[in-house]
Design a protein around this ligand. Structure first.
Ligand SMILES: *Cc1c(COP(=O)(O)O)cnc(C)c1O
Length: 343
């Protein structure tokens, strides 16, 4: 029955079928093309649908660490500038999300991502290998196009901070692989899909607490890691904001003086894990297998299952049939018919 998400498990039987895998890849490619069309229209940017679509869409918050993802983008940019002929897997980084009106640091992160995009997207040295897109006005309607188009789902919050997350589930259910910390529902997703089909990095919640108790010194990471130091020095010197060199000093000061969300502590582990992601994506056939297994094993995350458990264990209420009448899918809002227009 279509309402029983556990039935997805039956997809596992097709993981060894080459035709099925080819069709799976084709559908992902079509979804990427739809998002690429949206990006072309709204950002006036051409993105390569064969590149890895690396997506972080969610509210902008320091604990969710969009800044860590931006620091990885800058790291790749620096590697390409230092070694223009290097063989790098092409990636399109897609960010989206709103910052609360009074949340200064979140607004600065939005500004940084857009400033990095401005530099990266206009640099012929990295063209064809690196693109950065910030989707304005992120919403559920836009999410309908962004989640199915993702190859990689960024779920990189500081361990211990995310209660659950739901974006992580939406991505995996739509065939993206996750790079993530052991935080919130990432823990259960990794258990369900299998650790071999999930890219894990970073400190655990316990390690975060222990390191804070010992006395965390972000400057030690800054001083001992040349690639990390370069990224922070570029933010501090106005490399990405030449007309306003001091623009990102609030971000730099926050990282070097407190780094409450421990980006510097997780930086190397994250960058190394992203190398494993790139290696894995080069093997499209195996990537597709992992994608299929993610979807097939996500049945547990059905909201119907969750609510049924609440009814049984907490509210002590029985299901009761109701007549939904004759609504069409369109009337019920269940069918996506067009790309949302921006206002
Ligand atoms: C799913 C969703 C979220 C929540 O995303 P998280 O990654 O769980 O933080 C926020 N906004 C929109 C529009 C969503 O669709």
């Amino acid at each position: 029955m279509i309402k029983d998400l556990d039935e997805l498990r039956k997809l596992e039987a097709f993981v060894d079928d080459p035709q099925f895998r080819a069709r799976w890849r084709q559908i992902k490619q079509e979804n990427k093309t739809t998002l690429a069309t949206y990006i072309q229209r709204n950002n006036n940017l051409e993105v390569d649908v064969n590149s890895l679509f690396d997506v972080q869409i969610k509210r902008i918050h320091e604990y969710k660490r969009q800044l860590l993802c931006a620091m990885h983008v800058i790291t790749l940019y620096n590697r390409l500038k230092a070694n223009p002929s290097m063989d790098m897997l092409p990636r399109t980084f897609i960010f989206g999300g709103k910052a609360a009106p009074g949340y200064f640091m979140a607004k600065m992160v939005v500004k940084l991502i857009n400033s990095v995009a401005e530099v990266v997207d206009h640099d012929p040295d990295v063209a064809g290998r690196l693109k950065v897109v910030f989707l304005a006005n992120y919403s559920v309607s836009l999410g309908q196009f962004a989640y199915p188009a993702a190859d990689l789902s960024e779920q990189i919050s500081t361990a211990g901070k995310e209660a659950s997350g739901t974006g992580n589930m939406k991505f995996s259910l739509n065939g993206a692989l996750t790079i993530g910390t052991l935080d919130g529902a990432n823990v259960e997703i990794r258990e369900e899909v299998g650790p071999e089909n999930f890219f894990l990095f970073g400190l655990t919640a316990q390690e975060v607490m222990d390191l804070k108790a010992r006395g965390y010194k972000p400057t030690e990471y800054y001083q001992s890691n040349p690639e990390l130091k370069l990224v922070i020095d570029q933010m501090a010197s106005g490399f990405f904001s030449p007309k306003e060199p001091g623009l990102f000093m609030s971000i730099v000061d926050s990282l070097l003086h407190s780094d409450e969300y421990m980006l510097l502590a997780d930086y190397q582990s994250y960058v190394d894990c992203q190398e494993r992601v790139s290696e894995a994506f080069r093997d499209q056939d195996n990537w597709t297998r992992m994608s299929i297994l993610n979807v097939a094993r996500m049945g547990k995350f059905s909201s119907d299952r969750t609510i049924a458990e609440y009814c049984r264990d907490i509210w002590d209420v029985e299901p009761m049939p109701i007549d939904l009448g004759t609504y069409s899918q369109e009337e019920a809002g269940l069918k996506v018919t067009s790309i949302p227009e921006t206002t």
